[in-house]
Design a protein around this ligand. Sequence first.
Ligand SMILES: Nc1ncnc2c1ncn2[C@@H]1O[C@H](COP(=O)(O)OP(=O)(O)O)[C@@H](O)[C@H]1O
Ligand SMILES: [Mg+2]
Length: 283
Amino acid sequence: MKFRLSSGPLVDAGRAAKIMEELLKKVRESTSGIRQVIPVMSGKGGVGKSLMTASLALALRELGKNVAILDADLHGPSIPWLMGVVNDSMRATKEGRILPVMADGVGIVSVDLALERKDTPLAWRGPIKTRAILDLLSLTDWGQTEYLLVDLPPGTGDEALTILRYLKPRLGGAVLVTIPGGLVKHVVQKAINFLRIIGAPLLGVVINMAYFRCPVCGTRHEIFGEVSVPTNVKVLAEIPIDPELAKHVSRGELRKYFRLESAWKRAVIDAASEILKALEKQA
Ligand SMILES: Nc1ncnc2c1ncn2[C@@H]1O[C@H](COP(=O)(O)OP(=O)(O)O)[C@@H](O)[C@H]1O
Ligand SMILES: [Mg+2]
């Protein structure tokens, strides 16, 4: 049976509060098999956050970990495309539990995998988005997931608040993805302050597109300028710009590229190892 989204009937505020309470209880029960949640955030869009989320999941899997991804970027879901499962659908058990779509051992949950038509845009506002994320969390059969990576939309909106607030007991720590440059530094500081206010730990920052290495002469070019993160924040890894990667991604072949040897892949594996170290230190 395919799992399909439905929008429930409208209810009054008192009833809504009760529904919410029940939902949170269900979320706590359903996520009890997840060891640690790792939200992947960015100050702004287009820095390669979704690609990094998918790649980190593949890297953690290669390091022998049990990993799943929750695609919480409801307006711009990219995880199914990146993981090469865009035409798949999540299935539901007889009891109505959602089964993640599996790709190379990584479980994937996304609203995009529950839509009848993939070109349907979700024009949802705050409370409905919160509800949708909590529904996905509470309905999914997560099994024994060691690490749940959550691809959040850029910035500090409803989706990030929902995940950080309601999954707080299971939060391992957030990973911030950024690119070099002045504007980015400004928005990264905002995201760092956001985490501090909420009281969520930050594992560190992944600097994506940190440099381009000339394939002819080997010179390192810093295309987007210098890397600058606040001194008290750990840099987990510097990831190169890789045109071959971009080609594979646009064909939906990230998993294929990940199987090949490259400087990009080594950097992603480094980032995943550093994340595991940071989680250990946190514990
Ligand atoms: N290190 C990299 N080298 C080459 N292309 C990259 C790299 N990181 C990301 N990209 C490309 O940048 C684009 C945006 O990435 P995406 O993960 O969708 O960003 P975000 O989720 O932050 O909006 C994608 O087309 C992706 O292939
Ligand atoms: Mg994205």
